[in-house]
Design a protein around this ligand. Sequence first.
Ligand SMILES: Cc1cc2nc3c(=O)[nH]c(=O)nc-3n(C[C@H](O)[C@H](O)[C@H](O)COP(=O)(O)OP(=O)(O)OC[C@H]3O[C@@H](n4cnc5c(N)ncnc54)[C@H](O)[C@@H]3O)c2cc1C
Length: 481
Amino acid sequence: MPLSPAVVKELQEILGSDGLILTFEGRLTYECDMHTFYKAAPDAVALPTRAEQVDAIVRCCRRERIPIVPRGSGTGLIGGVTAPTGGVMVSMTRMNAVLELDLPNRTATVQPGLINLWLTNAVRERGWFFAPDPSSQMVSSIGGNVSTNAGGPHCLKYGITTNHVLGLEIVTGAGERVRLGGKVVDRPGYDLTGAAVGSEGTFGLVVAVTVRLLHLPESVKTALASFPSVVEASECVSAIIAAGIVPAALEMLDEAMVKAINAGIGAGYPENAGAVLLIELDGPRAEVETQAERAAAICREGGALSVAVARDEAERALLWKGRKEAAGAIGRLTASYLLQDAVVPRSKLPQIMREILEIGRSHGLLIANVFHAGDGNLHPVICYDDRKPEELARAQHANEELLSACIALGGSVTGEHGMGVDKAKNLPLQYADADLNFMYRLRRVFDPDGLMNPTKLLPSHPACGEGFRPGRPVLPEGAWV
Ligand SMILES: Cc1cc2nc3c(=O)[nH]c(=O)nc-3n(C[C@H](O)[C@H](O)[C@H](O)COP(=O)(O)OP(=O)(O)OC[C@H]3O[C@@H](n4cnc5c(N)ncnc54)[C@H](O)[C@@H]3O)c2cc1C
């Protein structure tokens, strides 16, 4: 439903002449995130530069019962920033300042649109870094990372985004700007910061984030071990951790991904292997040296075909370049793909890898793998040809089977990307109605009118929970929440 002229005028007054996108072509740019299955353009895109403008946008939308869709950089992989019920998308790209660097307290406070890597770039020379590093860190925003509780290669050792967020400022769906948490650890009262991290814009708009900064490690060592198959490589992952070594990162790529990456950027990964493990250790020099030798020995004992340690920064950067550009290399394998994001307990990796191979075989589809093996966080890439509808149907079946297999092994429906519209329907696989109802009620505390990022995170089917009570319709006819 288009916005009324009065609402457009009010939003233009709040945002200034270049702060509101209304053209069809302009809005189309914002119709989806990186999961391009789900497309729905908003009625308008707001580009605020200050928290006060966000307050005013929410006040206006709430009064008029207009849905609000928060957006960071749009790199999400779950359909989290589509607007199926229309409304105003609030894009945070212009709120990208570092508000405060407080090194004595090891914190930084930033606006939500700041690109993840820019924060480390701002403090690296002084010996600090921001640890959560999704592979999209060159483009994804800290607000998006907070809202999806992003993981990343180095989260094995350092923890995921929630472990690094100390405080948040949020404009809730109720129109209040609230401060949750702060610089001091162990604040009294409920841990509302923890509840808000990963809430995917359903509580409100994050307008400031206080994060923990860490010291750069004294030494870093990166090695690449190749294995006959993903199964041996998976067994080694558990063996390394069971030996008391917690690598900074432990990433796996299978044969198909290795070939695609080598062809794409000449990473020089061994091509005769069924899988490679990228192992990074960091910390005090002496500890890193000892642990690197031990990890290499475990790989050899586990059947590794080769173990190569990067000799200098250039070799190390090349090893990582292959991993970081894996998403782009998928284009060499297939025109279309479904990317699954699920997690299993680390010790179940060998079993789930066998099951993935079997699911691919039974559906006649290539399933390539590139993933955060140390966390048991899988990213099977199900390849199909979108010109053949029956192949898409097979890919979708394979996708659902894969997810069920992960749950059956004690895993979870999402590893790190979140729920969005894509996974919301899968939540009942993991939670009982009572659990889901509790989540609906919590959501309503922050967003009493159901305006914030409708259709995302929680399922809409009545059997799955109370949902948004009838009698309080705030969304257009037929809309689902
Ligand atoms: C190549 C590639 C690699 C990736 N690697 C990883 C990885 O290693 N680990 C990982 O976890 N993810 C990864 N992702 C997924 C994605 O980058 C992350 O989910 C990231 O955190 C999204 O950030 P964004 O700024 O793009 O947010 P968006 O996609 O714009 O939004 C994501 C969600 O957050 C909400 N949101 C955004 N900003 C705000 C705000 N200020 N206030 C309230 N809600 C907000 C949106 O409504 C949406 O629900 C990858 C994606 C790509 C394309």
